[in-house]
Design a protein around this ligand. Sequence first.
Ligand code: GTP
Length: 597
Amino acid sequence: TDLSRIRNFSIVAHIDHGKSTLADRLIQSTGTVADRDMKEQLLDSMDIERERGITIKANTVRIDYKAKDGQQYVLNLIDTPGHVDFAYEVSRSMRAVEGSLLVVDASQGVEAQTLANVYQALDAGHEIVPVLNKIDLPAAEPERVARQIEDVIGLDASDAVMISAKSGLGIPDVLEAIVHRLPAPKGDRDAPLKAMLVDSWYDAYLGVVVMVRVMDGVLKRGDRIRMMQTNAVYPVDTLAVLRPQMVSIPELGPGEIGVLTAQIKQVRDTRVGDTITHERKGATEALPGFKPAQPVVFCGLFPVDAADFEDLRDAIEKLALNDASFTYEMETSAALGFGFRCGFLGLLHLEVIRDRLEREYDIDLITTAPSVVYHLYMRDGTMTELHNPADMPDLTLVDHLEEPRIKATILVPDEYLGAVLKLCQDRRGIQLDLSYAGTRAMAVYDLPLNEVVFDFYDRLKSVTTGYASFDYQITGYREDALVKMSILVNDEPVDALSMMVHRDRAEMRGRAMVEKLKDLIPRHMFKIPIQAAIGGKVIARETLSALRKDVTAKCYGGDATRKRKLLDKQKAGKKKMRQFGKVDIPQEAFISALKMD
Ligand code: GTP
């Protein structure tokens, strides 16, 4: 295809502002999918997704469009993941296209994810067309929101396209804006092949499917290609474009986007951002900016029932095959037995994996407190990464400790600002900026990631009754006075409950933890001391008093079946507990104890 007739773009939006609805309309109004197939199509793909757990990229699509100037154009829409955990994937897909539609809900206005995503698009050098959606709603205020886009983002919104993705109003204007306001791609057909690996996923029939954007050169079916990062060589079996179902194509030239299969065994063997070239006469220099996705949050996953360990191993290995950003290694805990220390891109990623293990593989899990990665600078001048507070070495060996920091952007209606500032302050935040756009405030904070991983987002939602929007990026590492706090139950340290805390806040956190644990641990036949300690020094202590009476006593001795029922119930409850020394600790204690209210 002639480069001047290609337009590649993505849609950036805050969640629920209408990205998927607009994508569907663009697909439908250009006849890419026939009207009568539209609903069926979407339903089908959802069923398949549910049944086989495949990601279907319905929002990545090649559209043929005949513009009002009479010319035929090829429009490639690339979907980008919306969540901050996948910021790196977003930034790669942005580099595969030249422009973005910035969709803002005209009844809501600019939100934190709008900002985060639009900055990524600007970073990638995109031309941006603002689109105001949902103008059919009585609450829509397109003029105000256009002004907000200019004030907050600094983008000219005077010729923003006004649409209702729901009714279809304004969709032809969006198509014309794509053609006339977004730039055509550049590239050299005669140069050695350089294609960017944008995304990859596993398909039950085809195996690993790789999405690529060709920058220079031509990619043909049958070519032997080399992944420049891993140096692996594969023959290209199929080459296709997505409409949105796969349609075979003999070649992909510069500026084009498509998918290939090449007998690649695992999604793990494909690295988002890698450069694909030919095995012979290939490019010598890769495309700039590749970096492997780095896990930033770690936690331990242990089976509640030790007999499930092998099942857990199988399940984790299977999940890891298709998710290169998820890491794991075996871990043994004195308290929890055999399990795995796993690394994730963020909390959402952690929750997704944990849910899948529990639901799809039916394994009851104990999740230990999420921890960030600390940098330990040792007295001998070396640096090591600390993924697990339980592994914290003797303090006399450590010179100093650095923790990851983030830049957080929070948008919130005025009336909740006070609560948000207090929350950020409580979490050791440093205010970087505070500004207003209409009745909304935007607070930018420098925060330690370890204060955010656990329950910051939940707290933020609760203190603003859901009105705040939040986004963050990791900015780097900084030294701080951090110490390891251990928890002792009945004088035995419970390694899965140890955590890194700031020295000034250790006592408060320690006291909160032991009070919580006192409520969470059931009483036993003996007295149980619960303590928080730093080094050998106890900083907080509670005592759980002993249980005096037989639990069945309240059945008045009479009814034998009632008695048995009660004992059975107790036994079932036990399944969700783990024994520490002589003490049973319920599964939920590991998470609940760490939440701060
Ligand atoms: P995620 O996929 O969750 O990120 O959201 P999204 O940005 O893709 O939004 P989606 O297209 O799912 O739309 C969110 C909701 O807004 C849905 O209930 C849509 O029906 C509704 N919606 C989208 N466009 C319009 C519109 O123009 N007018 C009205 N009234 N509702 C709309």
